[in-house]
Design a protein around this ligand. Sequence first.
Ligand SMILES: *[C@@H]1O[C@H](CO)[C@@H](O)[C@H](O)[C@H]1NC(C)=O
Length: 181
Amino acid sequence: MAGFSSTTCLLLIFLLLRSSEARDILVGGKADAWAIPSSESQSLNKWAETNRFRTGDTLVWKYDSAKDSVLLVTKEDYVNCNTSSPIQQYKDGETKIVLDKSGPFYFISGTKDHCEKGQKLIVVVLSQRNRPSAVSPAPSPALAVEIDGPAVAPTPTSSASAFKAGLIVALMGVLAPLVIF
Ligand SMILES: *[C@@H]1O[C@H](CO)[C@@H](O)[C@H](O)[C@H]1NC(C)=O
């Protein structure tokens, strides 16, 4: 089996497939996270820094619709906590927002006072096309670096997908006998 266990193969296939899939991302990583942060280190922007967002991903917000809402606003309104003319307003308690373009998205609480106390979020979205490697965010930086190796080239996208295709073909070859017998 050339040093590859079938578990490793399946894991690699899973990672490769997962990397091209749009994801649902729960804001703050938990249900009650759309709230006034208890400290700077608990802020949603700290959370956002630890995540990678790509076009096609969906942000999911869970909150008490009687007490709060989500506003998509301009940078200026984000800075000033100006809730008077949002680009979009969501107040259903379970809001899903598709990140349909790359670049920054600015969100604030619809309750001005909450925003002023830090309940706000900037998400910077990377385009799928320009991403540097075949592997997405990731629980395992070590593995990502390993796989990134061959994909780093003057034309990251094409070499990454060529590499990905090649790897899938290679893995099929390894796995086929397992399935047949
Ligand atoms: C909030 O934004 C509106 C519309 O852009 C503007 O007219 C208003 O002056 C702003 N309010 C503050 C306090 O900046």
